[in-house]
Design a protein around this ligand. Structure first.
Ligand SMILES: Cc1ncc(COP(=O)(O)O)c(C=O)c1O
Length: 405
């Protein structure tokens, strides 16, 4: 019997840290839902418009346009830019499937460019190296709420006349050089899915400073209504119920961010006690929302203990961390076997890409070995004691690692 819980020792925490209840709500959400029910106006109306105004102001954008999730918001943005069959859309590989699917849905070809090690976000140099004469758009993702290098990305995009969609599904409230994300590129996209910073079950919103894109996105989400020309589009409206709930969720977001970042600071202050776990934030990031905190795990400092085994050993001590995205998107079967279906004619109109040949070394090392994150759901919404316990558990593992390697 060793000291580590996994070898039969006493865990740092007697009962495993619970997932914080999420989404959070109280009577105010119930009252908002009842208000809409009684109003008789359930379809997109004044609640949606009011929420759009609030959200645009919060993200420092001139306009915000709601839709029914944070995947179609990116598809609408691509449609607004006129991106279609055979056009290329550059994306990073460490992201949720939606970032690639929106491009596939308009017949475009997702092209993967590598990420930066500290943030897991699109690397401007890799982005530029992936540009071809068919590149029409780029989708930097602010993964885990950490802003991508928007200076570098905008510079490359403007140089090559490429439209920028910020996938800010995780990044409500995060800020790059004093400007909130979603208001830097051409169009920003946010999600209100059940795990996100603000929740309406499903839901999404686009942000933009461009009046013409705002009008076009507004029409594209609702059958083309209101646009001077006919539009081949669909119905992606948000309902009044969702917007009413979001208006209430809004009242909590800044307190929740403050709580997460206070806990994150406790973690950062003690990080010096752990050799082999590092955090490096770009100083141009002026506000983080604490959705996920990206850390680098160095197995050699833990006598070769693999990151995935470390997570297992930590779990036995009562604490949870994750690798976030542990498979680069292009390694999935969808891309490896190009299972894009009969309506996708991207390579009849453009370049043929063999995704089995794609290799983004930084992303692969992060996905398979190095990335560890503190997630918003558990560690950062808990107490200071929880965070200190997590650090104690990591130190305990490091001190007793020879029991398991
Ligand atoms: C990075 C990222 N982009 C886009 C989305 C899509 O959002 P939605 O679920 O609202 O469609 C998600 C998650 O759900 C995501 O994590």
């Amino acid at each position: 019997m060793g000291k580590l819980a996994i070898t039969g020792g006493t865990p740092v925490r007697a009962t495993p840290q619970e997932r914080i209840e999420w989404p959070q709500h109280d009577q105010a959400e119930c009252e908002a839902l009842a208000r809409v029910a009684d109003s008789g106006r359930w379809q997109q109306g004044p609640e949606v418009s009011e929420f759009e105004e609030m959200f645009a102001a919060y993200q420092h954008a001139k306009h915000a346009i709601c839709a029914n999730n944070g995947t179609v918001t990116m598809e609408i943005a691509l449609r607004a830019f006129g991106v279609g069959a055979g056009d290329e859309v550059i994306i990073p590989p460490l992201t949720f499937c939606a970032t690639g699917l929106c491009a596939l849905m308009v017949g475009a070809i997702p092209v993967f460019a590598d990420v930066e090690r500290n943030s897991s976000n699109l690397c401007p140099k890799a982005f530029e190296a992936a540009v071809t004469d068919r590149t029409r758009a780029v989708i930097p993702v602010h993964i885990g709420g950490t802003p991508a290098d928007m200076d570098g990305i905008m510079e490359v995009a403007r140089k090559h006349d490429i439209k920028v969609i910020e996938d800010a599904a995780h990044a409500h409230g995060s800020e790059w050089k004093g400007v909130r994300v979603g208001a830097i590129g051409d169009i920003g996209s946010f999600s209100f899915q059940s795990e996100k910073m603000m929740v309406s079950g499903d839901g999404g919103i686009m942000t933009t400073n461009d009046d013409d894109y705002a009008a076009l996105c507004d029409s594209l989400r609702r059958f083309g209504y209101g646009y001077p020309e006919p539009l081949m589009t669909s119905n992606w409206r948000m309902s009044e119920f969702q917007a009413a709930v979001l208006k209430v969720q809004f009242t909590r977001i800044d307190d929740q961010i403050a709580r997460r970042m206070k806990n994150a600071q406790i973690f950062f202050d003690r990080l010096g006690e752990i050799d082999g776990l590092t955090y490096e934030m770009d100083e141009r990031v002026t506000r983080l929302n604490g959705y996920n905190i990206p850390l680098i795990y160095e197995a050699e400092k833990f006598k070769g203990l693999h990151r995935d085994k470390f997570i297992e050993v930590l779990q036995a001590e009562g604490y949870a961390m994750s690798g976030l995205y542990t498979t680069p998107l292009y390694k999935g079967r969808l891309y490896q076997e190009k299972l894009f279906g009969p309506s996708w004619v991207g390579d009849k109109h453009g370049r043929e890409i063999d995704y089995t040949k794609v290799h983004c070394p930084v992303a692969e090392k992060l996905a398979y070995e190095e990335r560890l994150t503190i997630s918003h759901g558990r560690n950062l919404m808990g107490s200071a004691e929880d965070v200190n316990g997590l650090v104690d558990a990591i130190i305990k593992i490091q001190q007793n690692v020879e029991e398991i390697v």
